[in-house]
Design a protein around this ligand. Structure first.
Ligand SMILES: [Zn+2]
Length: 167
């Protein structure tokens, strides 16, 4: 591999990891010239031919960067590192490539991301769901929003108590 930083072609693999099911292998590499680290992915080629069927019926080739970009936007300023987001997309790909051969509905992708974001970070989940994927029921949205508001309120109240004690 060519180092993305110094362009040297000498590296060593410091970690190899197959995601569940083995559809993707992720390798952490270290450049022997500049010592910086970067990640490469190995995937089965046919997955790149997967088409995403949009709501209007148009089809787009599946693009990991696009999916990851959406996740990143939803996680903006949230305490989630890039590694976590890459892992999330790995998991989604894993599931999607296993289930669909040629076409996947965009709503399925949205759902697969939402379910995982929901476990990781409620705010990011809400952002994602409102931006990229319609809530199934308006009630879902209201319930989620209420839970978050209540939790934030508790946190703010907790912090106020803390400050008052310090005074
Ligand atoms: Zn380098």
């Amino acid at each position: 591999m060519r180092c993305p930083y110094c362009k040297e072609q000498k590296d060593k693999v410091i970690d190899s990891r197959a995601t569940e099911g083995g559809a993707v292998i992720r390798r952490r590499r270290q450049c022997l010239a500049c010592n910086r680290r970067y990640t490469t992915y190995e995937r089965i080629e046919t997955t790149s031919k997967l088409l995403v069927v949009k709501k209007d019926g148009n089809r787009d080739p599946y693009a990991r960067e696009k999916l990851l970009g959406g996740v990143q936007r939803a996680c903006w300023k949230r305490p989630l590192g890039m590694e976590i987001l890459e892992d999330l997309v790995d998991e989604v790909e894993e599931e999607v490539f296993k289930k669909f051969d040629r076409e996947v509905p965009s709503s399925y992708l949205g759902q697969a991301v939402s379910v995982r974001l929901r476990r990781l970070d409620k705010v990011a989940y809400l952002r994602y769901a409102s931006l990229y994927h319609e809530f199934q029921l308006v009630d879902d949205f209201i319930q989620e929003a209420q839970d978050i508001l209540e939790r934030d309120q508790q946190e703010i109240t907790g912090q106020q108590d803390l400050f008052q004690q310090e005074d």
